[in-house]
Design a protein around this ligand. Structure first.
Ligand code: ADP
Ligand code: MG
Length: 256
């Protein structure tokens, strides 16, 4: 499959203290593609998502969205400089991120959690924001909970609100960081269903997950990440049924 890369990471390096967490990662996701990212705890999966969401800067390497380099600007002497926060915030709108812990505002009701990004970040008027947010909450099956507070919702419901909050900004790509790992098992399915519907609608997605069945069914490609590098990338049938690397076989043996 040769598609158009939407989001690309080129040669990403990131070190925390003495620990080299990303050792030169090259990654790309094509338009409408779903990539599942698997790997052991501490291998750098969240770090790569945070870098691609422009929540942190790489030590070196580039992030590109539709071919345009993000997070930096070139100066007149041809060097690149980090963008100021205000401009980063604008670029971040194109990259939706859903976290393991839903990160909703506890003191705001469901509707307000979703309209806030529209009114504050995108400068959309309140009435229009309410319409768009309500439509998005309907899409994730939360239209009957508009005036509930996060504390009154199950984890699965909170995560669906978090997905609506990211989607309402009309992102080009959605990044999910273990979106079901903090949920009770019986609540995992409702979140995966929303994600699968989103994938079916053509959204470009990168999903860090331990849900092998979901990855097999929904992902176009599955990748194993270990110790800051990509070990294996393959279509799901090959990845799960005929992995090429010992490291992948070891990882899958523990997963089942
Ligand atoms: P994963 O999501 O695969 O579990 P992470 O990207 O969260 O892995 O973390 C990879 C490694 O980087 C871990 O050893 C973690 O302790 C370390 N790390 C992540 N974020 C930070 C940080 N802000 N400061 C210091 N170390 C960090
Ligand atoms: Mg993580």
């Amino acid at each position: 499959m040769t598609g158009t890369p939407v989001l690309e990471a080129v040669g990403l390096h990131r070190t925390y203290g003495q620990t080299e967490v990303l050792k030169g990662v090259d990654f790309s996701v094509d338009k409408g593609q779903v990539k599942a990212l698997l790997g052991p705890s501490g291998s750098g999966k969240s770090t790569i998502l945070r870098l691609m969401a422009l929540l942190e800067h790489p030590d070196s390497g580039d992030i590109l969205l539709n071919g345009k380099q993000l997070g930096v600007t070139s100066t007149s002497d041809g060097r690149s400089r980090r963008l100021p926060e205000r401009k980063l915030a604008v670029q971040r709108r194109d990259i939706g991120m859903v976290f393991q812990r839903f990160n909703l505002f506890a003191h705001l009701d469901v509707l307000h959690n979703v309209t806030l990004a529209l009114t504050e970040v995108s400068g959309i008027r309140k009435a229009a924001a309410v319409d768009q947010a309500t439509a998005m909450l309907e899409r994730v099956g939360m239209a009957d909970r508009l005036h509930h507070y996060p504390g009154e919702l199950s984890g699965g419901q909170q995560q669906r609100v978090a997905i609506a909050r990211a989607l309402v900004l009309n992102p080009t790509v959605m990044l999910f960081d273990e979106p079901t790992s903090a949920l009770d098992p019986e609540l995992v399915g409702e979140v995966l269903e929303v994600m699968e519907a989103l994938a079916d609608s053509g959204m470009t997605m990168v999903v860090v997950t331990h849900e092998a069945r979901f990855a097999r069914r929904v992902a176009d490609e599955v990748m194993l990440f270990d110790s800051g590098t990509i070990v294996e990338v393959a279509p799901p049938e090959e990845f799960f049924d005929n992995p090429q690397h010992d490291r992948t076989r070891q990882f899958l043996a523990k997963l089942h």
